[in-house]
Design a protein around this ligand. Structure first.
Ligand code: HPA
Length: 249
């Protein structure tokens, strides 16, 4: 049976507990090596593929992730739909630590990343429509599941501001992003989403808030608190994904 659904795991989600692994495949791509082998298996009785965005041992920083290879690899094995999990900072006040935000828009502040499959060469350039970057049925599946799982605060819309990293932002950068309309900030949302769109794959983001963004309440980001926040928040994400697979997707 072809596995058509994939999870891309980010910081704190390099393995998918509960996944019964059937095989691993390191796909060769014209863009170089993907971050990790694609792990095929079953989660909640459903076939699913899993890719660790930062590598199996979490060594690849956001600006060095080979997004082209990752998306190409998933597409080449027959994946049609992707749920991308990512740790984010909360910019809007209601995006408290531990909440799950399922954004409906993106603003891209990254630079210097390989960000398109239409990069000159033989094929004619195609300007894909990217007005609504996230797939609505996948978004709704995540939202419904997150609402049903325990007491997780769920935010069902918002703008993902993708920054370059790996440093966190300045307070002024976050103020500017807030005035641009950003709800959350993360480092991996782009070009992952637009590459998925270029390949015609459905893509949604499960943003997991692990810290208030820089300068919230005039405070710096408490980086010492991040590891524990990531562990707790990714437990939430895992429950949401498992529930979504059981019931929604
Ligand atoms: N900024 C950017 N990326 C992040 C943050 C943040 O505050 N938290 C988790 N990923």
């Amino acid at each position: 049976m072809t596995t058509t659904l994939a999870i891309i795991g980010g910081t704190g989600l390099t393995r998918m507990d509960g996944l019964t692994v059937t095989r691993r495949e390191m796909v060769k791509t014209p863009y170089g090596a993907p971050s990790s082998p694609i792990v095929f298996g079953e989660l909640a009785g459903r076939p699913v593929a899993f890719l660790a965005r930062h590598g199996s041992t979490h060594r690849i920083p956001p600006h060095r992730v080979n997004y082209c290879a990752n998306l190409w690899a998933l597409n080449s094995v027959g994946v049609e739909r992707i749920v991308a999990v990512g740790a984010v900072g909360g910019i809007r006040k209601d995006c408290v630590v531990g909440s799950i935000v399922v954004p409906d828009q993106i603003i891209d502040y990254t630079h210097g990343r390989e960000s398109t499959f239409f990069d000159g060469g033989e094929d004619p350039v195609e300007h894909i429509d990217f007005s609504y970057p996230y797939n609505e049925p996948l978004r709704q599946a995540l939202i419904n599941s997150a609402r049903k799982v325990g007491d997780i605060p769920v935010i069902d819309e918002g703008v993902y501001g993708a920054t370059q990293g790996p440093r966190l932002e300045t307070a002024a950068e976050i103020r500017r992003m807030a005035s641009d309309g950003c709800t959350i900030v993360g480092m991996t949302g782009m070009p992952e989403a637009s590459l998925a769109a270029e390949l015609g794959m459905a893509y949604a983001c499960c943003g997991v808030v692990i810290n208030p963004a820089a300068g919230t309440d005039n405070k710096p980001v408490d980086t010492d608190a991040l590891p524990d926040a990531i562990t707790a928040a990714m437990d939430n994400a895992r429950s949401v994904l498992t529930h979504a697979l059981q019931t929604e997707i």
